[in-house]
Design a binder for this molecule. Sequence first.
Ligand code: FHF
Ligand code: ZN
Length: 187
Amino acid sequence: MITMDDIIREGHPTLRAVAKEVPIPPTAEDVELGKEMLQFLKNSQDPEKAEELQLRGGVGLAAPQLDVSKRIIAVHVPSVDPEKPESGISTVMYNPKVLSHSVQEACLGEGEGCLSVDREVPGYVVRAARITVSYFDAEGEKHKIRLKNYNAIVVQHEIDHINGIMFYDHIDEKNPLQLKDGVLVIE
Ligand code: FHF
Ligand code: ZN
């Protein structure tokens, strides 16, 4: 079981490395790792398990955060509206790739945080509002999906991790809370 002790923190060189692609279909070991990553996110969002295991709530996790430099990410964003299951996303992606992105930009109104960053970093993290992503699943099947708004932001944060990029790299250090016109603010 993955706990907070397994997560490396900023300053660790693995967080700045470009992670390696994994073989497709994924090996049994990589399938197991993906399952564990998704389970961590579920546990972290379960108030009882989070309290018991002292987990910080997370919606995404990338293998490099576990000091595993492989292109594997997990995302678990429960749908808020039962009428719209596509408003959430819960999956493990092997070798995910952003194929295209919108010109329209978006950011979270609250800014972003990271399980590998134990401090508040104020500032807007401007990303693409919509992305088309390809990835392979645990069975080696290829998928191509379009994501928007919050789901798109989370997946971009995770894909950044496998490229050695941290969320605060995107913050304008001179004017962290100044937004250009036209950026969609997700509340
Ligand atoms: C999080 N937590 O998941 C943040 C951090 C935008 O690489 O967003 O570092 F638990 C992955 C509902 C709403 C339930 C929000 C991507 C953020 C990715 C994890 N928590 C939440 C929730 C949250 C990071 N990460 C603040 C820990
Ligand atoms: Zn992160």
